[in-house]
Design a protein around this ligand. Structure first.
Ligand SMILES: CC(C)(COP(=O)(O)OP(=O)(O)OC[C@H]1O[C@@H](n2cnc3c(N)ncnc32)[C@H](O)[C@@H]1OP(=O)(O)O)[C@@H](O)C(=O)NCCC(=O)NCCS
Length: 430
């Protein structure tokens, strides 16, 4: 079956060096330090000893795969791991996923196919365990398309003028302030109450909360934050924001305090409004900065939309579908659709994502199974991963040459059905 190719940016020069036997397999727990050392070397000093301990508290040994030199017990030269999450997908339902993390190969061993071997083994293990999807966020966005990951969510980094007014009133709510170290119990419950609202949200384990609110700070979590909680009222479970104030300048004409918001979690529009009203009204603050969904309703609440200055957008989740029927039958669709999708998966041509599948779906559920029928559309498995969370319109992907329409009208049908009322967003850094 011919189809638009998977992403394959320019081929890389292969390293020249001694070729020794490489073994890829599960981590020997005694070699944990070596596997985390890979992360320190390839990602820089963000992996301190304290961070390594925090990481070990959330990543179990049996979810780590390593490449070793000179046989199974040899020196670790490459590593990958994954967390077990439940991912919210369109329709307010969840699917079990692997959150892939800490992918690295020593600079002395690069471009000899070790990354490919690690990914092959990880995909095989996840498939055998019945995990239909893997997700990740990429330090380098060029390398994952070729193994079947597609960009599935984006974020917006925004700055909002402190004091910016809203259109309409905000219902008064009871607020309380907490220190992040003391807030674990209350925040976990509020997060859980809001978890199904937005596609892209992942579950957080008890250990994850300990790391997130713990003293050890890295890009994933940690460090002291202020916590404001909107208390429950009636059917509204409430929500919270994690933030901290950063002093910028003593210059009387300069920007003095910036509020850096780590996350805003709200199950309802009223709570979302109450949290943002609080954040925009903190005294002495000039500007509030936050990473938010690309369609965050905040923009539409502001009396002056120019009080919000987008500073940029970026990619966050990449999704790799490993089992098309399991993945597609799990989510909900915005309208009825009956479409036959051809999926090209050169990295796993014999896997459960390669082939032609009939999807009959709607708002209440979906059935998806393999078929011998001719496909209405053909796409790479990475493109199906991009569509999956509803973060991009199928028509845009077709315009970009990434979907081949074989039956007229089928791209439009896909676009309508796969759309999501809320853009996917993941506030968990993993
Ligand atoms: C990126 C990294 C994991 C690649 O490991 P590797 O063992 O050198 O990769 P491989 O030899 O298996 O290469 C697999 C393919 O990806 C390509 N590739 C690898 N790194 C690439 C890069 N940075 N840019 C573009 N293509 C790349 C290779 O050319 C190869 O292509 P081919 O299949 O067409 O031959 C490794 O260089 C690394 O650890 N980098 C620093 C950390 C990092 O970026 N981690 C991943 C992001 S979270």
């Amino acid at each position: 079956m011919s189809a638009p190719p998977l992403s394959r940016p320019g081929a890389q020069r292969r390293s020249v060096g001694p070729v020794t036997e490489i073994h890829v397999g599960p981590l020997d727990p005694a070699a944990w330090d070596q596997s985390i050392e890979i992360g320190r070397i390839v990602f820089g000093d963000s992996v301190s000893p304290e961070n390594a301990a925090a990481e070990h508290s959330v990543l179990s040994d049996d979810r780590v795969i390593v490449a070793t030199e000179g046989g199974p017990g040899g020196r670790v030269v490459g590593s990958t791991g994954s967390y077990a999450f439940d991912l919210t997908v369109p329709g307010g339902v969840t699917v079990p996923v692997a959150g892939v993390t800490n992918v690295g190969v020593l600079p002395t061993h690069r471009r000899r196919g070790i990354f490919r071997q690690l990914m092959q083994r990880q995909h095989d293990d996840l498939s055998a365990a019945g995990t239909p999807i893997a997700i990740l966020n990429a330090s380098d966005a060029r390398i994952y398309g070729r193994i079947g990951y597609g960009m599935a969510s984006r974020y917006a980094l925004v700055r909002v003028r402190s004091g910016a007014t809203f259109v309409g009133d905000v219902a008064g709510r009871n607020l309380s302030l907490w220190r992040s170290a003391d807030a674990h119990g209350v925040l976990a419950g509020l997060y859980e109450a809001a978890r199904l609202v937005r596609p892209g949200t992942v579950t957080r384990s008890e250990a994850w909360w300990q790391m997130l609110l713990g003293p050890t700070e890295n890009w994933k979590a940690g460090g002291h934050h202020e916590v404001v909680v909107v208390e429950p009222e009636g059917d509204d479970p409430g929500g919270y924001a994690l933030y901290r104030a950063k002093h910028l300048s003593e210059d009387p004409f300069g920007e003095k305090i910036r509020l850096e918001v780590r996350e805003v979690v709200a199950a309802t529009p009223d709570t979302h409004a109450a949290l943002w009203r609080y954040l925009l009204d903190v005294d002495l603050v000039d500007v509030v900065e936050a990473t938010v969904p690309v369609d965050d309703p905040l923009l539409w609440r502001l009396g002056d939309p120019r009080a919000l200055g987008p500073r940029g957008t970026g990619d966050y989740l990449f999704a790799r579908i490993l089992d098309v029927p399991a993945a597609l039958s799990r989510r909900r669709y915005r309208c009825d659709v009956d479409v036959t999708i051809g999926v090209v998966d050169p990295f796993r041509p014999d896997g459960a994502a390669a082939g032609t599948f009939r999807l009959e779906a709607g708002g209440d559920g979906a059935a998806c199974e393999r078929t011998d029928a001719n496909p209405d559309v053909v796409m790479g498995v990475d493109v199906l991963g991009s569509l999956y969370l509803g973060g991009v319109d199928a028509a845009v992907l077709a315009d970009a040459g990434r979907i081949d329409e074989r039956r007229r009208g089928s791209v439009e049908a896909l676009a309508l059905a796969f759309g999501s009322a809320r853009a996917p967003f993941c506030a968990t850094h993993f």
